[in-house]
Design a binder for this molecule. Structure first.
Ligand SMILES: C[S@@+](CC[C@H](N)C(=O)[O-])C[C@H]1O[C@@H](n2cnc3c(N)ncnc32)[C@H](O)[C@@H]1O
Length: 270
């Protein structure tokens, strides 16, 4: 089964995810991982963060799962089965997963934003955590992204991006709803850490963060064109204008993410 159109990330976009480390893209998780923990990484993509998780919790067992078989193939290319003894990957949809109280920590980084029924995904994650275990969700508020003096072609692209997502029943500001969603899923001790970051031209992080959006225009942009939210000429114009913008000396970009960590109550309420 191929994932739904919005969840499907084309291979050209892999570079967005393989440039990530826990330190540069999921710092909250760093403080929560401990050796010996059993961890489920939902929407593991090409497994870059999952492999780091496996190193940090060794000898605890880590499972990376993703709905997209191409992502699992990429993860298994990066870490062939058995190479990291405490790590396995498998293809599956978190909403259909049947894990029950198996993990000390269940993580999903930048995944729920791509799932129309994010509540069902969170409920499945809560069930997968053992009583007393943690559920950790890192996600984004696309409605608050900012670029300094963005070219008109880029603003047009980004507006189409938001509309394309809304048409796919995806929540552009999912982080604002996550704490409530955790409560509804029966989770407790809900802690939200806002992660607001401005990157500036000249910084290494700028190339990674702003470069991500170049890749979005190059990969997801084609899906937006196919779905009728943007013309191909507009997509190309956005890509060109954004590439030029990235080279301006005083360019800045601000991203709004948040990490929500919550606990499955020791005496399950569900
Ligand atoms: C933006 S990527 C994030 C990858 C990785 N967690 C990271 O932070 O680099 C989102 C991933 O979620 C996966 N995904 C989307 N819907 C899913 C679902 N229902 N079940 C499992 N994985 C899903 C996608 O295939 C994609 O690999």
């Amino acid at each position: 089964m191929r994932p739904s159109e919005h969840a499907y990330i084309p291979r050209e976009a892999l570079g967005i995810m393989t440039a990530r480390t826990l330190e540069n893209s999921h710092p909250c998780l760093l403080g929560l991982l401990e050796p010996g923990m059993a961890v489920l990484d939902v929407g593991c993509g090409p497994g870059t963060l999952t492999m780091e998780i496996a190193r940090r919790v060794d000898p605890g067992g880590v499972v990376g799962m993703d709905v997209n078989p191409e992502m699992i193939a990429a993860a298994e290319e990066a870490s062939p089965p058995g190479e990291i003894p405490n790590l396995v990957f498998y293809k599956g949809d978190v909403c259909q997963s049947g894990w029950e109280a198996e993990f000390d920590l269940v993580n999903a980084a930048r995944v729920l934003q791509w799932i129309a029924d994010a509540e069902a995904a969170l409920r499945a994650m809560a069930r997968a955590a053992r009583p007393g275990g943690l559920v950790v969700v890192l996600d984004v508020d696309h409605t608050r992204a900012e670029w300094s003096r963005p070219p008109a072609a880029w603003s047009r692209f980004y507006q189409a991006f938001l509309e394309w997502r809304t048409a796919g029943r995806l929540d552009n500001a999912i982080i604002t709803r996550l704490p409530r969603m955790c409560e509804t899923a029966g989770l407790a001790d809900i802690r939200t850490t806002p992660l607001i970051r401005t990157v500036r031209a000249g910084e290494a992080a700028f190339l990674r963060v702003a470069g991500t959006w170049r890749l979005v225009a190059d990969s997801r942009g084609r899906q937006m064109v196919a779905a009728g939210h943007l013309g191909e000429a507009e997509r190309r114009a956005a890509l060109e204008a954004f590439t030029e913008w990235m080279q301006t000396e005083d360019a800045t970009q601000t991203i709004h993410e948040a990490c929500v960590a919550a606990r499955r109550p020791a005496a399950a309420r569900r």
